[in-house]
Structures are given as C-alpha cells and as structure tokens.
Design a protein around this ligand. Sequence first.
Ligand code: CU
Length: 474
Amino acid sequence: MLSRRKMLGGAGAITAVAAAASVSKVAMAALPEPVMQTRPDTMPPLVPNTGRPYNPVVTLNGWTLPWRMNNGVKEFHLVAEPVVREMTPGFKAHLWGYNGQSPGPTIEVVEGDRVRIFVTNKLGELTSIHWHGQRLPNGMDGVTGLNQPGIAPGKTFVYEFVARRPGTFMYHPHADEMVQMAMGMMGFWITHPKAKHPLIDEVDRDFVFLLNAYDIDPGSYTPKIMTMLDFNLWSWNSRIFPGIDPLVVRKNDKVRIRIGNLTMTNHPIHLHGHEFLVTGTDGGPTPKSARQYEVTADVAVGQMRQIDFLADEEGDWAFHCHKSHHTMNAMGHDVPTMIGVDHSGVARQITKLIPDYMVMAERGMKDMTEMEMPLPDNTAAMMTGTGPYGSVGMGGMFSVVKVRKDQPTGDYKDPGWYKHPAGTVAYEFTGALPDPARFKAEGAGSMPPLARPATDTEVTVRKPGAGSSQHKQH
Ligand SMILES: [Cu+2]
C-alpha cells in the first residue's frame, strides 16, 4: 500500500482514514482500507503492481483508486461522502463525491478480472452505485429499489462481478440520482483488454475525464440541485478553466482521450490542430469500417466517447467544448445584449449612485476579461486564463493539449508555453487599407421580388431569453 501511495503523489497527498464509526471492528478487518485523496491535482498513472499488466490511464485533475488483491479478487473501497472540491484556484465548492474528491477516483481493471467493491455511505441519505455500461449480474447493477435496497447512511454494501468486456465506463449513484449527480457523485471506470485486441490500439498516453456541470450562485458554495439546464459552471472532472490541467504529450505520441458525459446536455468536444478517430463508445470498440476522421466529437448525455490521434503537430492546441456558453464561468443568462447600444449617458447617471457599476459589453464582452471587477468571495471569474499573448477569455470546459518534441516519455509535467519558431505567429498588417469593394449584386435574392417594399426593415438580433427580436423601422 505504501508504494502505491508514493506513486500517487507522495506523502500528504493521500490519507487512509477509518470508515464510518458505525462499521464494527470485525467488519472493518474484512474491508480494504479506504484510500483518500485531498488534492485536486492530476496524479501520475497508477502502474499496477499486482494482477495482469496494462498501460494505465491519467485522470485529468484526478487519480486512480489503489486496490487490494484478495485471493485473486481485486478489492476496492469507495466511500460516498461530502467533499470540498477546489474547482479552480480560489474557488471551492461543497460537493458530494467519493474518497475525498468529486469526481470519485478512476477504477482500472483488466478484462476477466473478478472485482469486489465495498461501498460505504457517509451521506445523510440512501445511495447506491450503478456501474454504467458493464455486463454484470442484474443484482449488481445498482438501481435502488429495482436491483437492491438503497445503502442506508453508515452502511457498507458489497458489489462483485467479473469485468467481462474491455472498454470505457463510468459509475454513478442510482438513488436520488438528480440530487446526487448534481452534487458531483460520479467516477470513471476503465477495463483494459487482457491481450492485444484487434480494435483497441496500444497508445502512449491515455487521458480520461467526465463532463459535469454545477449551478453555484456567486459567493456561495453549494450547487443548486433543482437546475436542469441553466448551469453556470461547466466543468471537466469538477474543474473549470483555468483550473483544468493541460494534457501534456510528446510529439508523435499516440494519444487517447476518453470522455463521459454526466451533465444534462450534449457537449461537442473540439480539438485544434489534429484530426482524431472515435475508436470507442460505451458500447465498446468502434468497428474500423465505421470510423471517420473528425475534429469535433459530440458527447451526448450518458454517453462515452474514446478518441485516438497521433500528436504530430507541436504547439499549444486548444481543446474545448464548442458550445461557446460552456467556455464561460459563472454568469447570468438574463443579461440583455448591449452590443452597439450607447448607454454611456445612463451609465454616468448610475455611477453617481453605484460607483462600481460597469458599462456592460458595448463593444462585446472581451473587455470584461481584463477588467478588475470586484467579485464576492469564492466566485470564479467569468472568463480568465492568461496565455503568452494576453487573456484567453475563456472559462468552463477548456484546456490545452501541449505537444512537445522534447517532452520526456511518460512525463506529464507542464512544459510551459510553446515557443513558436520565428515567422510562424499571426502578425499585424501595417500597410495602407484600400476601400472595400462591394458586390455589384448586393441586395438581390435567388429570384427578383415582384416589387420592393416601400420601406426597408432592419432586424436587430437579441439572444433568446433576453426578449424576442426587435424591429426598427426606417
Ligand atoms: Cu458543452
């Protein structure tokens, strides 16, 4: 156990603690010691020291749960409990999770392994765990009331099954699911193939993370669990940019990224600079004939996608959800669009009453990324992150794939910003700008109208939620 702890980030990173006081000493003797994680850092891969060998995954801002081998059975101990999760430096959320963190630790096993998972409930209400995507005996599927009674507070249940099919899976409660998942209870599960698999290539780096979302009012700590769509924190493994670690790879590495979606909307995940193949889903490896190159993979609710690519372009490549609202942190959605509206007169009047009032977004919202706006304590800045050329103006589901030719094999340390070779960065044009040429046919359609209307109508588009379209008559 000590050697595993060392692998997971050294002294202090992990503390083994006694389980709930209600578990008797005799029962405790049969339980594997629960391993806790107190830090939100990306831990190095947990190289297996018992059982069949495999190439371990790296959990973005997370870790893999060590196991105990007991007569050929891999034993894990998950503790469902309230946790404090740092979502980005300076912003902590009060969530529910497993073994000290949200999401819970990644579980990694090998096809054919017999797995026994002890689940201790330290929450104030019933819970259970559903092993999403697995082939298993029906009574191990974890649906409270249907397959098992709920695990009462203070109780420990045992799940046991053989990991029959290799692939990418997740786990989450199937008891008061809406609340428990809105509070951050979920985790990743990888079943590695037991031998070379015709549809599962060996890769050099294998990253995993879950898509999740929270609605936490600025200045508060606890998610609003009744929110269905209007979340204000769009996260990867309960982290928001700039708190999401970069995915660091060596040039020409074969890279795999596995993504699972436990939010309540789809996320088109987009990689810059490379094309990837979707090589697997929750259903298993994708047949080769069904694979096509993509730069964006939509991950629908409850789905998992496994993407593979060759990292053969050096640089700092953005990697993010393509829904632009999901690369923003805490913001209200009921703010009217003010682009093109001169409200400086109004602002002057308001400033007399409220000195901190900000003129919102007259030229767009990018200005706000560089503005020093007083925020309540424990509030994530809306868009932040400073790159080598200034503010990135992003939040939420955003990170960077860093491809470096001199990154040592197996080293995940952040190499800093990419140093662009001379002459390979977009630059300012300083010559004279000619008058723009207009199309001669401007204003025509595919067919001429019978008669042109007496007056032109100009439409000013406002975003939904801030009122419908406005019409201005000229
Ligand atoms: Cu998204």
